[in-house]
Design a binder for this molecule. Structure first.
Ligand code: EPU
Length: 416
């Protein structure tokens, strides 16, 4: 199994380009199933979750051509609506196939994703939402079996603003008979990006960017071309790594608009930030950051996907701060690993109290999920000595070439 070895050597400096957003690309790929015409997508990130999504599409009978960051999907010969457990269990985003398969083919047979390291992560919102649109759904032997001759428009309010459930319902409602009103929708930028693609395919959607979406269903959708937006979490991860190592970096090919809360916290920590149209420059002036309080919540508040990285920043900062995780009940697996590196963190339920240390020490540690891996990388870059990070496949699920990109910023990092 591959490991990453990092020798802590101080400040990150230089420029780095971010890839397209994994969590935007996954619903775009699923949306290709809504039309028999081809979909062209650019800026696809080279990460393992995308490989898994494309493997699933191929199993269904789609023709997939990928060349660098460009992707073409032809769904005209789909012969199956079955998404097997073996693939779904490795990537919960596969639940995004449920809505499009049901809407276009009248049935879907998608494995329940099961739990994962960050929490139990149920899919009840996806199921009750599709039932509200008239789907008959049963759970049999770990699979969601859904049927509907044609979905019908309905009024549905989410109990929780779930990102992928909002995306599933948005896709399904686009092909339903009549108008659907979805309330308490997730407002993450990836939802808005999916809505933009669906509109380009011929969908009629109102209320983009708000928590209420109104979708007037159409009979069929057409092909389209789409560019995946920059990854806001990859952007935030590099900026936080630079802040933790007292560095100065410029992140290119990004969009500062979707990062207000994260950038505000980095400024509060003491970093100087300058924004361009598609770049962000962060400079710590060589100074150690101040600890900052973090409270995760749905967009536009502080993202749960940046919580672990800020935990590492706080562990190295001056002063102490609390980090409260409000989205996932078990997203503190990185704490025990950071403690192995000397971090002073006390857990009280879903709150972590972090007392910053001047230095952490390198140690053998284990990655437990995607963003937890990123926090270990950040701690390792700033630590004294070598850190060996095991189970780096978690990292490769969502960060394209992170080792090469960090090496380009001066880090001493290798895969073994
Ligand atoms: N929830 C339910 N029932 C549901 C769906 C969600 O109770 O049917 C709960 C979840 O357990 C959680 C909360 O609602 O407590 C929010 O979860 P959400 O459904 O929004 O998460 P998701 O759609 O499964 C996406 C991202 C995650 C990101 C979350 C929150 C994708 C493919 N995944 O997951 O990304 O953390 O939204 O922003 O878009 C990551 O990239 O590392 C990652 C985990």
């Amino acid at each position: 199994m591959e490991k990453i070895v990092i020798t802590g050597n101080g400040p990150l400096r230089g420029e780095v380009r971010v890839a397209g957003a994994k969590n935007a690309a996954l619903p775009i790929i699923a949306a290709s199933l809504l039309s028999a015409e081809p979909l062209q997508v650019s800026n696809i990130p080279g990460v393992r979750d995308i490989d898994t999504a494309l493997k699933l599409l191929t199993l269904l009978g789609c023709q997939v051509e990928r060349s660098g960051t460009d992707l073409a999907i032809d769904t005209s010969k789909v012969h199956s609506v079955y998404a097997p457990y073996e693939l779904v269990k490795t990537m919960r985003g596969a639940i995004l196939l449920l809505g499009p398969l049901l809407a276009r083919f009248g049935e879907a047979d998608v494995s329940l994703p099961g739990g994962c390291a960050i929490g139990s992560r149920p899919v009840n919102e996806h199921i009750t939402g599709l039932q509200a649109l008239g789907a008959e759904i049963t759970i049999e032997a770990g699979y969601i079996k859904a049927k509907a001759k044609r979905l019908r428009g309905a009024h549905f309010t989410f109990d929780i603003p779930s990102v992928t459930a909002t995306e599933n319902l948005l896709m399904a409602a686009s092909l339903a008979d009549g108008t659907t009103v979805l309330e308490n929708c997730a407002m993450e930028p990836e939802v808005g990006d999916l809505a933009r693609l669906l509109i380009a395919m011929g969908a009629r959607i109102d209320g983009m960017g708000s928590s209420t979406l109104t979708i007037a269903g159409v009979e069929r959708l057409s092909g389209a071309s789409h560019r995946v937006p920059p990854d806001r979490i990859e952007t935030g991860t590099f900026l936080t790594a630079a802040a933790a190592t007292r560095g100065s970096i410029r992140v290119l090919d990004t969009n500062p608009d979707f990062l207000h809360h994260v950038l505000g916290k980095l400024e509060q920590a003491g970093a100087n930030i300058v924004l361009g149209p598609d770049w962000i420059h962060l400079d710590t002036g060589g100074k150690r950051c101040q600890a900052v309080h973090i409270n995760t919540a749905p967009y536009p508040a502080f993202p749960t996907d940046m919580q672990a990285q800020f935990m590492a920043l706080n562990a190295l900062a001056e002063g102490s701060a609390t980090v409260v995780e409000n989205i996932f009940e078990n997203r503190f697996m990185h704490v025990a690993e950071l403690q192995r590196m000397g971090a002073d963190i006390e857990l009280q339920g879903h709150t972590a109290i972090v007392r910053g240390r001047e230095r952490l020490q390198g140690a053998p540690v284990m990655a437990t999920d995607l963003r937890a891996s990123a926090s270990l990388i950040i701690a390792a870059l700033a630590a004294e000595g070598d850190t060996i990070i095991d189970r780096v496949y978690h990292l490769d699920r969502g960060y394209a070439n992170i080792d090469l990109k960090l090496a380009g910023l001066g880090a001493i990092i290798k895969r073994v």
